[in-house]
Design a binder for this molecule. Structure first.
Ligand code: FES
Ligand code: FES
Length: 216
């Protein structure tokens, strides 16, 4: 089934195309979605307590500190999406089977639907909303997904991109076979795997150059 945005792209709304859809889905989702959280927090200061749960949790999300009161059983995915308005990570299966909810915790990719939010106390979480440069330049992996049309409906795309970035950093993107193996936890129901593979293949050396120079 086609996503409504792509139906629009093929139909009477010429202003909406695949590129714009990806920009909003995979790249710019955070701008509007995180308004509630970001309005409350100046850069460098903690957001005020948010939530009605009992467990205090201090977590840095996309570089911004948050002090949250969480239900002990709340998943990180639900807290991100429903409490903080960060809707880039998607709920596909909610059982750790599809990868649509992939985010990074202290630099490691996790299925946020299986991660208790309270377990991120003291951690740094990065979501798809947090990977572009402060000046708005897309992350090389985002740009490569655009350049290779590595999506159809786009629902899996934020998780694919977060997993792909981790795949490169783990050193698991040195061959097509390796990329396929280490991206196998991220399902694309549209079957955009060819473009995804091409995007990762192209972005990997760019990421290594960028991150190498950053750490030099
Ligand atoms: Fe988390 Fe599918 S929603 S793995
Ligand atoms: Fe549709 Fe992957 S692009 S599920």
């Amino acid at each position: 089934m086609s996503h409504p945005s792509l139906q629009n792209a093929a139909g009477p709304l010429p202003a909406v195309n695949r590129r714009m859809f990806l920009m909003t889905t995979a790249a710019g989702a955070g701008a509007a979605a995180s308004a509630g959280a970001s309005a409350a927090a100046e850069a460098g200061s903690a957001a005020p307590n948010s939530g009605t749960g009992s467990q205090e949790t201090r977590v840095t999300i996309n570089g911004r500190r948050h002090e949250l009161k969480l239900e002990p059983r709340a998943s990180l995915l639900d807290v991100l999406r429903e409490q903080l308005g960060l809707t880039g990570a998607k709920k596909g299966c909610d059982h750790g089977q599809c990868g649509a909810c992939t985010v990074h915790v202290d630099g490691r990719r996790v299925a946020s639907c299986l991660t208790l939010a309270v377990k991120t106390d003291g951690c740094a979480v990065t979501t798809i909303e947090g990977i572009e440069s402060p000046d708005g330049t897309l992350h090389p992996m985002q740009q490569a997904f655009l350049d290779h049309d590595a999506l159809q409906c786009g629902y899996c795309t934020p998780g694919q991109i977060m997993a792909a970035i981790a795949c490169v950093r783990e050193g698991h993107a040195t061959s097509d076979a390796q990329i396929r193996e280490y991206m196998s936890g991220n399902i694309c129901r549209c079957g955009a795997y060819t473009g995804i593979l091409e995007a990762i293949r192209e972005a990997a050396p760019r990421m290594r150059r960028m991150e190498g120079s950053r750490h030099a």
